[in-house]
Each structure stands twice: as C-alpha cells, then as structure tokens.
Design a protein around this ligand. Structure first.
Ligand SMILES: [Zn+2]
Length: 282
C-alpha cells in the first residue's frame, strides 16, 4: 500500500529483503511525477497498480535518482517521460547494451558488471526476458531542471554525493519535502564500504539549502529534519577526526576532541572514512 505523506505526495516503502528502494509519487493539478522506477518491471507494475487505486492526474514524468540498477530497471513499464541527469545517462547506456538471458546474466556477474543479487531479482521478477532491452531516458539535464505539475513545482538538482557522482535530488517546493535517493549513503569499492569524504560537506550544503522538513531516502523511506540533523552531525563529527588510513589515530583524536567515546553510528562512520583513505591511497 502507498503511504500518504500529504495530499499530493505518496511513497511506496522500501523492501530490503527484495532490494526494492523507496518509490515516490508527486501529484500536481495536471500531472503526476514518479521518483525512481523500481528494481524490476514487476516492482514498477506493483507501484502502478497502487497508483491506479488513487484518483490522481496521469503520470507524465519519471525521474531516476541515480544509475544503480535497483532504481531504474523498472523504467520500461512507464508510459511517461523518463528524466535523468547527464552522468546517470552515461552510466545507464551500459545497461542498454546488455542482454538479459541467463547465460549473459551469469557472464556479467562473473566479470563484476552485475551483482549476484541483481541477477537473482531479474531472474525472479522477469520470467520473459530473452529479448528484453532497457529503453533510453527521454530527457537529459545538466545541473537543474524545474517541472511544474500544475501548482506543484518540483526542482531537480544533480549533485555529487558520498554514494555516487550522479545523484539527483528532487525538492517539492510548497511541501518542503526532498527525495534524496541514495545520496546520503556510502558506497562499496573493492569490497570496502566507504563514504566519499571530500564530498560530504558540499553534499550536505547542497541538500540543506532547500530547507526541507521531510526527507525520503532510498532504503529507509522517511526521516524528519530532527533525524536528518542527527545523521549529518554524526557523519561530520566522524569525518573531522579521520585524516589518514589509521583507525587508531582517528579514534584517539575523536576522544580528544569530543571528550567521550564515539557511539556505534559514529564508529561505523569513522571506519567508513578510514576505508575512503585506504581506497584513495590504492
Ligand atoms: Zn544506490
């Protein structure tokens, strides 16, 4: 069932066991806009079925928040204009050349072009896919794009985030709601989980300029500004003490600067920033 955030904003909650991210629906007087197309055609169909139950204007736009498979593989199911930023477009091109039959999928997993989880979801959710081809996005924008759905202005902005370089965030002006996709998360490189440290403060600045009160996250669903501020505070406090690949030095300097031990979240973030230094030094 869709969650109703306001009279004009709904979302389908994330489902972690099936790698299904949060999907959003924003409705203006004339048109509706969808945020992320789901991790498979089946995820998209499930979402569209829920939308049919509502009396909302037709879906005219689908915005993809970034080029991770779980956010765009449902794209073909929508009879709507698909919008991505230019970096996302470049990355999605690789998936448009792919074949989705079993032996091709196994080949992509063997060469690390695809995760085993992605293959499993495709095999479960797309029974007829031997001739499947992912379509191209319709609108490609550079920095920002403003869409009016009819008394409902949505601002799309392309930002570099701690998760990927190709994040798009969507701010709904009159509701003070922002869809962040996965941008506030870390990422995994060479089996190491890390946050891109150099992008943390610019990213927080990019997000905070919108003065949002509600935040939709790709794999959490929803946070209010209080929860988001705690999250930013723990991340920045952790980042400040990590200056090298030494976890030990970072913890010593955390204790010296904060006169206490890091909490579990801060310790997790400190390790992730140390990993970022390890990756940068490789
Ligand atoms: Zn992602």
């Amino acid at each position: 069932m869709l969650n109703k955030l306001s009279d004009t904003i709904y979302y389908l909650s994330n489902e972690d066991d099936r790698e299904r991210p949060t999907l959003g629906l924003v409705c203006g007087d004339r048109y509706s806009l969808i945020i992320d197309s789901g991790n498979s055609p089946q995820h998209a169909k499930d979402f569209l079925l829920e939308i049919e139950q509502l009396n909302v204007p037709p879906v005219k736009y689908v915005v993809i928040t970034h080029a991770h498979w779980d956010h765009f593989l449902g794209m073909n199911e929508f009879d709507a204009t698909v919008i991505v930023n230019s970096r996302t477009n470049e990355m999605i091109k690789e998936w448009q050349c792919m074949s989705y039959d079993d032996s091709s999928l196994q080949k992509y997993v063997n060469t690390n072009q695809m995760s085993a989880m992605c293959m499993k979801i495709i095999q479960t959710d797309m029974p007829n896919r031997d001739s499947y081809k992912l379509k191209s996005p319709d609108v490609i924008f550079e920095n920002t794009l403003t869409i009016d759905l009819g008394n409902k202005v949505c601002i799309l902005e392309s930002i570099k985030s701690t998760h990927t370089d190709d994040s798009t965030i969507i701010y709904i002006f009159d509701e003070k709601v922002v869809f962040l996709g996965d941008c506030a998360y870390g990422t995994t490189t060479n089996s190491l989980f890390h946050y891109k440290q150099s992008l943390l403060l610019p990213m927080i600045k990019d997000i905070q300029k919108y003065d949002a009160e509600m935040f939709l996250l790709g794999h959490e669903s929803i946070c209010d500004s209080n929860e988001m501020n705690i999250y930013w505070k723990e991340l920045t406090t952790a980042s400040q003490v990590v200056k090298s690949t030494s976890l030990e030095n970072a913890i010593v300097s955390f204790k010296a600067e904060n006169k206490r031990d890091p909490n579990d979240n801060e310790l997790f973030f400190i390790k992730a920033f140390v990993n970022d230094h390890i990756i940068q030094s490789q």
